[in-house]
Design a protein around this ligand. Structure first.
Ligand code: HEC
Ligand code: HEC
Ligand code: HEC
Length: 378
């Protein structure tokens, strides 16, 4: 028995090393620094080309803007139609609201990059924000950090794709040069040597709440050591669709980390994640919950039917409330809800019913609830 287990274990381990050997680059790292390219003298063709390489490369835009549904599929959409319709949307109140023409579109694209929440494309907002908050990172801040010239290049690229003549200024001689990644044709970038740099390099914080990014496209990773083994965390990074975190959809997390990441980087990231403390407990969420506007919503919001036979629940942890208006005054009923341990219903134990409804049920919700219960027929 023990013997079998040991064999099983080493087979699993071997499997893991075999996986690494196959998937992680074994290529000698290219240790040259990024090349500084002067943008002086760049013409508009050059700007458009630079914009394209930024969109798919350093800008990491295609991490989200692709066909997977996590952001508008910008490179496939008909931008000539999309941009004007955004500006005309009555919900759009940003810098170009009510304007038309290529300059207005230039401003709209720049605003989308610097203030993503100025307009949130319907259906793409942060969960629970009702499309008022964008999950897109601000691209002129870390970790993406595009310079003004680089943002202009991206705008030129998108304007060109929308069939417009780009309206952005060409870079001048005194503008800072653009750092271009060294040609990586057939070569692999040098590994970084600390965990936070690795997390920046692969942009994990764009989707996970790492480095206080607050991002929530992917699960919270704080306290992950309490729910996943080291091997599971590695698998989640190298083969994200093997198991899908509860509440999230498949296909969202990039699948190509196994091609790009050095083993040393993977180990740094995994050690870092496994050491992350549990996130601080959420602030009182009751305050965020919208006010209930009908008695049944109040009952639903505070879970009364989980214990009482209400709304057809047939629960019997607490007494039947049918006909309660005949045996209690409205005042007594209110006190039974807000101060349940003052008198205990016959045949039931104290301290069963939550004793904080006095604070959590809003002033506008209490009368709805009382009216409903007072009128419940026998
Ligand atoms: C982490 C995911 C993510 C990354 C990375 C990202 N975006 Fe976005 N972007 C979104 C989402 C989601 C939306 C839709 C919500 C909104 O309107 O803000 C969006 C919206 C936009 C819009 C408005 C689109 C429209 O149809 O009107 C533009 C323009 C844009 N992004 C450009 C960029 C550029 C340029 C980059 C790279 C420099 C980038 N994004 C990187 C997620 C991302
Ligand atoms: C474009 C968004 C995106 C990026 C970038 C991203 N992730 Fe994810 N990640 C997700 C989503 C969505 C899930 C949940 C679905 C799934 O399990 O595949 C996830 C799941 C995970 C899980 C499993 C969590 C769990 O609770 O099961 C881990 C671990 C993880 N990601 C780590 C990383 C690391 C490390 C990086 C950077 C190297 C990274 N992710 C980059 C979106 C992303
Ligand atoms: C976790 C279970 C639980 C929940 C949730 C709960 N109750 Fe109760 N409730 C009880 C129990 C047990 C009693 C009997 C003991 C007592 O009187 O405190 C009781 C007693 C009462 C009484 C007094 C009945 C009587 O005949 O004396 C009223 C009225 C009442 N609950 C209303 C509510 C309302 C309204 C809600 C939702 C806002 C609610 N309860 C939620 C368990 C619960």
């Amino acid at each position: 028995m023990t013997f079998l287990r040991v064999i099983g274990f080493s087979v699993v381990l071997l499997g893991f090393y075999a996986l690494f050997a196959q998937t992680l680059p074994q290529v000698e790292p290219d240790l040259s620094d990024p090349v500084e390219v002067s943008t002086d003298g760049l013409d508009m063709e050059g700007m458009i080309a630079l914009g394209e390489s930024l969109f798919t490369g350093k800008g990491t835009c295609t991490l989200c803007h692709n066909g997977m549904g996590r952001a508008p599929d910008t490179l496939e959409m008909d931008l000539a139609a999309t941009f004007p319709s955004r500006l005309a949307d009555p919900k759009y109140t940003g810098v170009s609201a009510g304007k038309t023409g290529p300059e207005a579109i230039e401003d709209y694209i720049r605003e989308s990059m610097q203030h993503p929440s100025a307009y949130v494309v319907a259906g793409f907002g942060k969960k629970g924000s009702n499309d008022t908050e964008s999950p897109m990172p601000t691209v002129d801040k870390a970790p993406i950090e595009l310079s003004p010239v680089e943002m202009n290049a991206v705008i030129a690229f998108l304007q060109d794709r929308a069939g417009l003549d780009p309206t952005v200024p060409l870079p001048s001689a005194d503008e800072a040069p653009v750092a271009e990644e060294p040609a990586t044709e057939g070569m692999v970038e040098a590994p970084v040597t600390d965990a936070l740099a690795a997390i920046d390099k692969y942009n994990c914080a764009a989707c996970h709440n790492l480095k206080d990014s607050g991002a929530d496209l992917g699960p919270e990773l704080g306290g992950i050591a309490n729910r996943m083994t080291r091997a599971q965390v590695m698998e989640a990074i190298l083969d994200p669709n093997a198991t899908i975190a509860k509440g999230f959809s498949a296909g969202l997390m990039p699948e190509d980390f196994s091609d790009e990441m050095h083993t040393s980087e993977l180990l740094l990231i995994v050690d870092y994640l496994l050491a992350l403390p549990e996130p601080a407990p959420q602030e009182e969420t009751d305050e965020e919950e919208p006010l209930a506007t009908t008695a049944l919503e109040v009952i639903d919001k505070f879970g009364c039917a989980g214990c009482h036979d209400l709304d057809g629940s047939e629960a019997d942890v607490g007494p039947r409330l049918q006909g309660v208006g005949q045996r209690m005054t409205r005042e007594e009923l209110k006190s039974a809800i807000t101060n349940p341990n003052a008198t205990i219903a016959k045949g039931f134990e104290p301290d069963m019913m939550p004793d904080d409804f006095g604070e959590t049920i809003a002033d506008s919700e209490m009368p709805l609830l009382l009216d409903y219960l007072m009128n419940l027929p026998e």
